[in-house]
Design a protein around this ligand. Sequence first.
Ligand code: ZN
Ligand code: ZN
Length: 321
Amino acid sequence: MNVAEALRSIRYDLLEYIQKKVNVDFDNALQMPVHFTYKRKRHAIREIFARFRTQSARHINGYLARADDNEVYFLYFHFLGSNPKSKLNAGYWVLSFRVLDDRELMTLYREERKMLINMTLKRVVDFHGHLCPELVIGCKACEYAQKLLSENGKPEGRISVIAENSTSALDAIQVLFGATPGNQYLTIHDFGKHNYTFSVKNGQNDFRLSLKELNYADEDEYETLEEKIIRDQACLNDLVQFQGILDDRVKRLLASCPEELFTIENVRPMRQITEMPTIYLSCWGCGQQVLKSKAIEFQEKIYCIPCFQGIASRGPKQNLQ
Ligand SMILES: [Zn+2]
Ligand SMILES: [Zn+2]
């Protein structure tokens, strides 16, 4: 189970309520619980999914965590006494609930929690780790490109993609088109834009898809919650609500046809880059091997980028006042 699924379970109330005092070993250096005992069994905590405060003025005291039995639990420290600034806190730990696991859910709920619509999407989500709006944008861009490229019959050869961001969307492109930075069919220019240029080998018909401005009508709420999460001020409810917004966005994106999401323009055919046998040179500065295309020649010596930057910053200082 991933964080998103756990938060969805809380939203849909797919929980077993426990609400019992438990003994917890708390690691002060890591600032997290590491063990708890429940029903006479000692559980080790393997992963903290989320941490937050149950009282805004207090220290972080709530943990959504995966234990060694692979179950996800919510644990919190119940404060006694009223001095929020005190370093040593009086109180006790409460094991609040456990998220029901897949076996305990009817298929319907299981699918709802995973939000998986079809096998193609499942492949992409398995690769990426969770389902999120950016991933769906990537899927939709591929869907649109596939449709356009196969209009004149099956596209010949592999599809090359230039993506202008490095978001989750790229994982969709890698899974669906097999275009990766490693095989050089995926080039990334991270301008933080959802622009994707597609090209095929015989390609006179290269085109670029650009994401239109989407109005989700949840932007204010989204920003407020995101801000809280970034500042570590979110409570469990905020996280659940935020996941709800993301899920609604995912649903809306999935329900949109690609034409509604992207504008399309034709672009000049891009140069097909074929994977070349690579030539390495020795850097004069550090002696390490550097790819020829990334090496810099300076005063008849070859440098790697970090070494060259070192020389450049040590160079004669100009007083430009
Ligand atoms: Zn993602
Ligand atoms: Zn070097």
